[in-house]
Design a protein around this ligand. Structure first.
Ligand code: HEM
Length: 443
């Protein structure tokens, strides 16, 4: 059923409006988006189940709170800080390549977890300034709870009878939910306290710090930032944002990189072209990737975009319609819930002829001329678009480039074997199975 949800809506693409019921709540499925109207930027009912974990951080907040937060947080994704994060990404890519090296030449294996743990290490260090060594220590209770919580929330969203807290706590997974919540919150809360103390120490002792200054993390900026009246964020405000980055900042990129690996592994001609591009930038050197290199990989960027078109990590998202309006001649009342589906929108043959085919060339600048601005929206669009999109593309470039510099990838699944599950994140049902072969010129 889950599989069909994202696939089967395509047949309704030309209907003016489609309504589905999820339990007692009607949702409009919109192929013609409401994203360009800043009035409709509130999040739909289903996001309520994220609140216990994420509070009302950037993803889940609305109205003035969201506006203030977005303004405050936008500078934390500035180019200069992203450049510092490149170091972390390179280091973690190296760990990943070492792990993958052990699988090379040995036949098919599932790379999904390897890549996901790498993305998790990257977000922990960049968001919180904390190394958790997920790639070598999968047993971490925090790591396990991040996954458990995403699963628990998805299950609850699908079972309307568990929406009321009372039923959920008595008959559902309320107990497990609350236990995981405690682990997640106490971990991030401790990290925030530790980091705040560390920053206070550095600031009070400006001479001794130069040599030992740690790398900056998003958290440092959250601890220092002030609004127009000079007010700092509270501990709870900061916790909401850190938890949001942890939730939003790794599963999404991990899924995207996995899909890209599958597509590259099934299209050797595309893979060779990426490797050719890498060869021109790096030659036989195994030096880390710098910001200049990133600009010289336009074809790899096309591959990333085309993979996100076919398999957008966030296959659908929902909004609440904030004002009565008309859509295709139908009156839609204020308060209605609307679902927007990048997965279906991206398969519109008017914008992407033969939409199921993997053709990175579609995203070369000359081929994008005249394309509708909302034909490709993996990061949503308008005011509430993804604040982490540049971070995400940078991470994808570093990891995919690192893998393809060392290995040739061969996919061991056909497209029909993948069975994308469209939950909070679009994942392949049984992972991504590949074979790796070491590339000769590197050794
Ligand atoms: C390939 C990777 C990613 C994809 C496909 C993606 C996609 C999206 C989408 C579709 C939204 C809109 C969701 C909605 O309206 O409900 C969104 C919002 C958001 N994303 Fe991402 N994202 C990615 C990576 C990241 C990363 C790496 C971070 C953080 C480091 C991040 C942080 C956020 C936040 C905080 C929001 C809420 C923004 C707001 O409402 O103002 N995302 N993302």
């Amino acid at each position: 059923q889950k599989h069909e949800l994202v696939n089967d809506f395509r047949q309704f693409r030309d209907s003016p409006l489609l309504k589905i019921w999820i339990g007692p709540v009607p949702f409009l499925v919109l192929f013609h988006t409401v994203l360009n109207n800043p009035v409709h930027m509130d999040k739909a009912y289903a996001y309520k189940f994220l609140h216990p974990w994420l509070g009302t951080g950037l993803l889940t907040s609305t109205g003035d709170k969201w506006r203030r937060r977005r303004k405050l947080l936008t500078p934390t994704f500035h180019f200069s800080i992203l450049t510092e994060f490149l170091e972390v990404m390179n280091e973690q890519a190296e760990v990943l390549v070492e792990k993958l090296d052990k699988e090379a030449g040995k036949g098919p294996f599932n790379c999904f977890n390897h890549i996901t743990l790498c993305a998790l290490d990257i977000i922990c260090e960049t968001a919180m300034g904390k190394k958790i060594y997920a790639q070598s220590n999968y047993d971490s209770e925090y790591v396990q709870c991040v996954y458990k919580m995403s699963d628990i929330i998805t299950r609850r969203q699908r079972m309307p009878w568990f929406w009321p807290d009372l039923f959920y706590n008595y008959f559902g997974e309320g107990w497990e939910h609350n236990r995981s919540l405690k682990v997640l919150h106490s971990f991030t809360s401790n990290v925030i306290y530790e980091r705040a103390e560390y920053i206070a120490y550095i600031e009070s002792d400006s001479e001794s710090d130069q040599g030992m200054r740690k790398r900056r993390a998003f958290l440092d900026m959250l601890l220092k930032t002030t609004d127009e009246e000079g007010n700092k964020l509270t501990h709870q405000d900061i916790q909401e944002e850190v938890d949001t980055f942890m939730f939003r900042g790794h599963d999404t990129t991990a899924a995207a990189m996995n899909w890209a690996i599958h597509l590259l592994g099934s299209h050797p001609e595309v893979q060779r072209k990426v490797q050719q591009e890498l060869q021109e930038v790096f030659g036989v050197s195994d030096r880390p990737i710098n910001t200049e290199d990133l600009k010289k990989l336009p074809y790899l960027e096309c591959v990333i975009k085309e993979s996100l078109r076919l398999f957008p990590s966030v296959p659908f998202f929902a909004r609440s319609i904030c004002e009565d309006c008309h859509i295709n001649g139908f009156k839609v009342p204020k308060g209605a819930n609307a679902i927007i589906m990048p997965y279906s929108l991206h398969r519109d043959p008017r914008h992407f002829p033969q939409p199921e085919e993997f053709r990175p060339e579609r995203f070369m600048p000359e081929n994008c001329v005249g394309r509708h601005p909302y034909a490709f929206i993996p990061f949503s669009a308008g005011l509430r678009n993804c604040i982490g999109q540049r971070f995400a593309v940078m991470e994808e470039k570093v990891i995919l480039a690192s893998i393809l510099r060392y290995f040739n990838v061969e996919a061991c699944q056909k497209r029909e074997d993948l069975r994308p599950l469209g939950e909070l994140i679009l994942r392949p049902e049984k992972g991504i199975w590949i074979k790796l072969e070491k590339r000769k010129q590197q050794h």
